[in-house]
Design a protein around this ligand. Sequence first.
Ligand code: CA
Length: 226
Amino acid sequence: MKILLVEDEAGLILTLTDRLSSEGFDVRSATDGERGLSDALAESFDLIILDVMLPKRNGLDVCRDLRQKNVHTPILMLTAKGETLDKVLGLKLGADDYLTKPFEMLELLARIEALMRRSTNTNGNATDAFRFGDVSVDFRRAEVSKNNQPVELSAIEFKLLQFLIENRGAVHSRDKLLDAVWGYDAMPTTHTVDVHVAWLRQKLEANPKHPQFIQTVHGLGYKFVT
Ligand code: CA
């Protein structure tokens, strides 16, 4: 389970990283809002712990930007005592929960557990089937149809599509897609990824030359956008 901790208090970063790591979480930290936002967009996390008062870009803006960019990772906001307005605003902007500083570590762990449980449930339901444009994907049966006509996908094309959908909104480098879809042992080149993306677009996009869903992020890789 990967957690992104966006917090500027060195002491708190240290304490939280220590404790969460000892609980088995893989913790990454960012010390300002801009860095937090770019980290959260660059790769997928299971949870984001986001402080409100941050240098460069505050937590509320980061939260709103992430949701606007279709990043649906659960967000737990940290607010200072008495920032009631921030709590309400944070939830309105798409945060899933908040915790007031100072807090007990056990309280934080309980919230994290609850958020992860909730998100697993949601994902479990949401990923049985998924629709975008004229396309519908049935993950259980590994079937795809477009305008109610079955679309033939190879196993690797299906895996690639599934990965992109499940991690939609985030940008994935070609290397990351190779690892996630083809596996570490496979030896295809990054060009293989481009070829398969092109095939998916050919089969699923209304206009493969101007893809609406499977988008190229120049210099970085690909992302699925709805
Ligand atoms: Ca702060």
